[in-house]
Design a protein around this ligand. Sequence first.
Ligand SMILES: NC(=O)c1ccc[n+]([C@@H]2O[C@H](COP(=O)([O-])OP(=O)(O)OC[C@H]3O[C@@H](n4cnc5c(N)ncnc54)[C@H](O)[C@@H]3O)[C@@H](O)[C@H]2O)c1
Length: 383
Amino acid sequence: MSRRPIGIIVNGVTGRMGYRQHLVRSLLAIREEGGVPLADGTRIWPELILVGRNESRLRDIAERHGLTDWTTDLTAALARDDVDVYFDAQLTQQREKAVRQAIDAGKHIYTEKPLAEDSAAAVELARAADAAGIRTGVVQDKLFLPGLRKLKRLIDGGFFGRILSVRGEFGYWVFEGDWQPAQRPSWNYRAEDGGGIVMDMFPHWHYVLEELFAPVRAVTCVNATHIPRRVDEAGRAYPATADDAAYGIFELEGGIIAQLNSSWAVRVHRDELVEFQVDGTEGSAVAGLRNCRVQHRSVTPKPVWNPDLPSGESFRSQWSEVPDNDEFDNGFKVQWEAFLRHVVAGEPFPWDFMAGARGVQLAELGLRSAREHRRLEIPELGR
Ligand SMILES: NC(=O)c1ccc[n+]([C@@H]2O[C@H](COP(=O)([O-])OP(=O)(O)OC[C@H]3O[C@@H](n4cnc5c(N)ncnc54)[C@H](O)[C@@H]3O)[C@@H](O)[C@H]2O)c1
């Protein structure tokens, strides 16, 4: 068995996503399994170069995981011949500049979403990457969640008949930071630092809708900053200038209506932190992160509206669980493996910078719809 080493810069490795999902659950997990196997038996072996701003935090992480290659100098890391891939999980606002530097250095690039802060910048990055002949990818982890994989299986199997609508609930209560520390970074709540739930979640909703159902053709969005004041990591109070809830209606090609609520100011009365209900002429499903339940038209009950009587029906028990029928690995890791096979063996990888740019465009138009109080159609993004 031969090993094909691939040098990967991991920038933003001290952050929530960079550390837990990308370093530990993906890249180190891949190494623990002996690398990513290719058809000819070769295994792609990630050689990691940790990059960040804080020496002692980088050293700490490196030592904790038996790694030796780390630096605070991104330019020097990008100049190395043994580096093939640049990965970015930094704060969103820092991304565009670093990605541009990586394009100029001729490295393949994989990045967290959103690709950039506006669609013009995102398309520019896609064009520059094309011109440089490099391979690109943007994280679209929700597609690899077990619940959504089961939902996709139902769609591909024709379970729904004609799909009518999708309604999604995402969110949970993010503590204000005063009497209990917040469980998300404070920059998420400051517009001036690139925060806001629309910019955070609409890129996800874009690829979920586009890949599972149909392209998004129009958006209507109302957003809000429900909690106007929060307390940061250092215990200082700050004005929350970014949106912390978004109520969006998405019109899809072919007539499907999707209505998705995203909120960091909602308490969970659901089975999972995100759930999508899909209703079709032949059946309906409710999919979450892990589980998916269905109700076929043949077993659909016939409720009659009568508020004078207790309902007597246990609606939740009238649904059946979709079996796993498969092993589901961590979604971030599955996408990393696909990207590495794309870079090394040229295997297809549809989630490139242009796909990322379409996600940014939906967020941008969602914000504009909210600002201007109107429905906006979504123009095709030219490459
Ligand atoms: N795919 C997903 O489900 C998902 C979920 C959450 C966040 N994200 C994305 O991942 C990225 C990182 O988010 P996070 O929640 O890990 O954030 P975080 O605040 O935990 O981490 C941010 C990282 O960026 C680095 N950084 C570089 N320059 C910085 C600066 N000037 N100020 C502050 N930090 C700076 C930090 O050191 C840290 O390593 C964001 O782009 C976000 O949109 C994706």
